[in-house]
Design a binder for this molecule. Structure first.
Ligand code: SF4
Length: 370
């Protein structure tokens, strides 16, 4: 394994930038980076500045808190009306705005909402508070689903009776398919997600090449990784080749992580349909807890009613999420919506496109203007 500095080597970065400029033909190239981690790196390291004008990078729906519709935050917060409930969530979820409050604001108003670093922390809280009902608000792609699954298995093993999970885990393949089926976005290829692929491998992306004739390169997150992936994509497009390629070989295997996949398959099953911010309802795009672990399913335990909440006025979060618009197109950015006071989820997580744009571009431009 190389040290991180080797993936930020200025000479190699310059060489890759020159290689891309030499490789591009007399046409335009539109590549979507699916993962919010890539969006963050692209802005942080100014990688789009190193590309020729005829390559456009489009941000995709790969930030886990960003794809969660507002209604799901509202649904989670209804649980806190029950004084027995302690609602637990990761730090970035705490700040995601619902229609009336974020989990953090609900906590400030006296609800029992707690930040945890892992689902196991929530399980420990349940063990330590037997007179309470501890609910873990689970979100995220296949990257985090295994740790939720393993926590449910642990709770079953320990026979914990006051722990459950409000499961909102989603899967990465269906939104890619949904984007490819949309006539609006003409994409030439994808920079494939790194973390998710460490779990699921590269096989689940085969449909991108086989059914839609597009290239996809699973990429690492450092500047050299991303530029190398873009060069590979450009060369494939020039050759008219649609393949799935793994640039991130130091972390991703073709078959992924079988133990993590087995944990997911043991505990979860596909939901018939799930709502995504910006993409609407997508079939078989999320997990729910299997009946055999029903006692740990907060939806069954608390009969959570579905809530559908509209986007804030003038916010364009959904369009930014699917790459139809860019963060700088939002009239709220930097005015009403900032990382300190986010209006939309894309401003909350460091993987959100608006947060990355605000942090690395908007602030600099604003400072330059004085
Ligand atoms: S700036 Fe805020 S409101 Fe606008 S799209 Fe981004 S997150 Fe949503």
């Amino acid at each position: 394994m190389k040290m991180v500095d080797e993936y930020r080597n200025p000479e190699q970065i310059r060489a890759l930038s020159a290689g891309i400029r030499a490789a591009v033909g007399d046409r335009s190239y539109r590549f979507m980076e699916i993962c919010g981690g890539h969006t963050h790196s692209i802005y942080r390291f100014g990688l789009n500045e190193l590309l020729p004008d005829n390559i456009e990078l489009i941000h995709g729906p790969g930030c886990p808190v960003c794809v969660l519709p507002i209604g799901k935050v509202d649904e989670a917060l209804t649980l806190t009306n029950d004084p027995r409930v302690i609602l637990c969530a990761f730090g970035d979820v705490m700040r995601v705005p619902g229609s009336k409050a974020s989990p953090l604001e609900a906590k400030a108003r006296g609800k029992d909402v707690r930040m945890v670093y892992s689902p196991l922390d929530a399980l420990k809280l349940a063990i330590d508070n037997p007179d309470k009902e501890v609910v873990f608000f689970a979100i995220g792609f296949e990257t985090t689903a295994p740790s939720t699954a393993l926590t449910i298995l642990r709770a079953a093993q320990l026979k914990v009776t006051n722990f459950s999970v409000f499961c909102n885990h989603v899967t990465v393949g269906p939104p890619i398919r949904s984007i490819l089926e949309s006539a609006d976005l003409e994409l030439d290829g994808f920079i494939g997600p790194g973390h998710v692929s460490a779990v699921i491998g590269t096989k689940p992306y085969d449909f991108v090449a086989e059914e839609f004739g597009r290239a996809l390169v699973v990429s690492g997150f450092e500047p050299v990784d991303i530029l190398e992936s873009i060069l590979l994509l450009v060369k494939m497009v020039n050759r008219g080749e649609a393949s799935i390629y793994n640039q991130y070989v130091r972390a991703v295997k073709r078959d992924g992580n079988p133990a993590a996949v087995a944990a997911i398959q043991e505990v979860f099953e596909e939901r018939p349909s799930f709502e995504w911010r910006g993409l609407g309802f997508i079939e078989q795009s999320a997990y729910r807890i299997q009946k055999k672990y029903r006692e740990f399913d907060a939806e069954a335990r608390f009969a959570i009613a579905e809530i559908r909440s509209p986007e804030p006025e003038n916010a364009i979060c959904g369009d930014v999420l699917i790459g139809a618009k860019r963060p700088e197109n939002c009239p709220l950015l930097g005015v009403l919506c900032t990382p300190e006071q986010p209006v939309g989820a894309l401003m909350v997580s460091s993987e959100g496109a608006c947060s990355a744009y605000y942090t690395y571009v908007h602030r600099t431009l604003a400072a330059a203007k004085g």
